[in-house]
Design a protein around this ligand. Sequence first.
Ligand code: CDP
Ligand code: MG
Length: 881
Amino acid sequence: QKADESSDVDASSDDEDEDDEVNKTTEDSEPKETTSSCQETEAKQKVTEEKKKSDQDGQREKKISEQNKELSQPAIFIPVDRLPEIQEARLKLPVLAEEQVIMEAVRENPCVVICGETGSGKTTQVPQFLYEAGYASGSGIIGITEPRRVAAVSMSHRVAKEMNLSTRVVSYQIRYEGNVTDETKIKFMTDGVLLKEIQKDFLLQRYTVIIIDEAHERSVYTDILIGLLSRIVPLRNKRGMPLRLLVMSATLRVEDFTENLKLFRTPPPVIKVDARQFPVTIHFNKRTPLEDYTGEAFHKTCKIHRMLPPGGILVFLTGQVEVNTLCRKLRKAFPFRKGNTNTADTSEAMRKFKKAKQKKTSLPRIDLDNYSALPVDEGDEDREAGIGDEEDEGSDLDIGDDPADTEEKADPSIPLYVLPLYSLLAPEQQAKVFRPPPPGTRLCVVATNVAETSLTIPGIKYVVDCGRVKKRFYDRVTGVSSFKVTWTSQASANQRAGRAGRTEPGHCYRLYSSAVFGDFSLFSEAEITCRPVEDLVLQMKDLNIDKVVNFPFPTPPSAEALVAAEQLLISLGALKEPPRTGSVKEMERARLSCPITPLGRAMASFPVAPRYAKMLALGKQQDCLPYVIAVVAAMTVREIFEDLDRPTHNEDESSKLTQRRARLTQMRRLWAGQGASLLLGDLMVMLGAVGACEFAGCTPKFCEENGLRYKAMVEIRKLRGQLTNAVNTVCPEVGVFVDPKMTPPTEHQVICLRQIVLAGLGDHLARRVHAEDVLDPKWKNGYKTPLMDDPVFIHPTSALFKKMPEFIVYQEIMETTKMYMRGVSAVEAEWVPQLLPQYCHFGSPLESPSPWFCSSTGTVKCHRPSTFFRVGWQLPAVEME
Ligand code: CDP
Ligand code: MG
């Protein structure tokens, strides 16, 4: 069934449906007001009157089948019993004035775009309009997607509260959790969750309306959802069960959606919500900005607090570490409350974990054909596709110590109520920003760009904008990632400024000059154009969209990125290798439309990136699955270890940190173990950390003492549960379960794990370059990868830093001071031809024109004909004799 529906999606030139059918039904059955027990206010009455008027207009057309009528047009007005104060507050929201226009547009068009300033009430009110108009009165429900988990959770709570309904009715679903019930009528979710639902039910039959919120953020999943829904909506309409799509966006660049003929043949109407935005005075810095913008932000905030009238301050920085640093400084300068500390000792659990009896017999081998795969029909409810949604953390910047302000005026005795806000912050902490600050204090929120559009913080009058954003950069060719702080876009900067004018005229202090602002790009780039897309391609193939190039992306990823993704998926065995016959053109075309394999289907059902999914699929061998699940979970969750390279601010702290660093390094060495387990390298450290932490009951105390990030460990625990369910669904006979007191792997299992890791990370293989073979000193301790001419290195904090194995695989390359490989694991040379034949070129060493890994530029000379194969990139696989 899935196949035949999505084949429609595949053809990009597919005939868009006659929406006529639907349009006929639409105007006819206006919502009829029955009763409304809620307090009717003037504005509401006006809206109702207008509704009645359009009702009369609508009566002109009355020729639709009863069935269509029922499905397309809710006929009842569902009263909502709001509290008077809530009702009063919502009437002030600009979006309320547009209710009638919005609802009419939704009735008459399958897709509608709503644009409005952040804070105008789109997210909280539009679902309520639809609910009241009866869109969830039958069995169907209203779905809203958010790119950020924080927003999905907090918005569902907010809307439930406004509507005076239980969270059983207004619910949320995010990657690991949710409170959806049979009674749910309005469901907030992350975009990844909806994408997974499309895989299970392509027509999304549970929904009558889908709202894609925050479309301006251009998150990858949002983009794909819009592409998919542009096909699903006409399909549903064709089948007489209309589905409505609303796309909501903050900034005004919606042309990518509306004027993209691949998406919508008839451009959807755009409704602009005029925000009641108060004027915001922009103050630019005179000087061209300093490196030390955190310090600059500190001075500016102090100055505002000392000199300017009451009103909340919102500071935009780029990452968690900066946010925390500035919070600390501000609290110190304007004391309000004290921090807490944490001490104790529990390395016992960890030691127990490491104590294992291991026997040695003949060496195990994993079998590439022995993977978990079954026809995948049903999956796990609460899955979210791929990679997480948080903004990124990175290293810290030093702060000038002294608030050298001279022109103090206002009352400095008023405490500053300082709150941090970033994605990795615990939810209870995040929720604090919505509550009024304690009486007699001034609110100061120090945030990353999470506060830019998704969350509106009440009472902000001053914005301090550093003008930067931390972005992950990804090199398509080499696969190297790096976090870089760059200038934000003009659209983003204006968004940030807008936060100051929500309740009264405000001020925005930009820590950069107007000339610099003029050089900003107009808009931020769509995420899809700057990250690898193999996970998306796999998900699409699983939806039987074989020609991904033809998919109606709002902004398509580059052809190179698509080719690379398809190539990787073929190498992983997730896609069928295309035939090597026919003309070059035919072969090329075939390469870009490879169908999915059973292994690929199994991989697609695991909510992790394809390389890790492959490991899970192979994991059942030698009872390795619990370990593979733990390792994959740990590799997927960001930043599980405390950063030992953290810079310090003073001598005192510095010596303490040195001690701590030494202790934690020692701990990680213990986790890595010795002998066989050490060769699993950094992945063994992760496994050891997870095992030890679980053994100790995964407490904040254990994490704090052992340099683990508590939130990450909790996430790993949840992900382990989720992955376990997923594996059991795909392959029920395996029957794996999450054992909190997991014992360490045996030596045999470690060998298997290393092979499984190699099978997944095959394209991330690197070989050591020996000093004696190299003429150039830059290669000292370097490794050669197939794609790069320059050396890459094992990081000094890696478990394998001293060991320097001949062959390794790495999780990723991060460019900091050097090109460093992260997540390194050792590989035995003889495994490569067996487990990665697709990357090998076979022949006798004498015949082979170049020894393994010889660089085309000739900078590296590896005169080591030690292996009988060589690894090339994208070379056709040659059968082994
Ligand atoms: O989606 P949009 O940015 O247009 O606005 P919204 O998120 O619906 O917010 C509308 C109003 O509700 C804002 O003034 C928010 O401050 C307020 N709100 C709130 O007070 N508490 C929440 N948890 C969420 C929103
Ligand atoms: Mg919103």
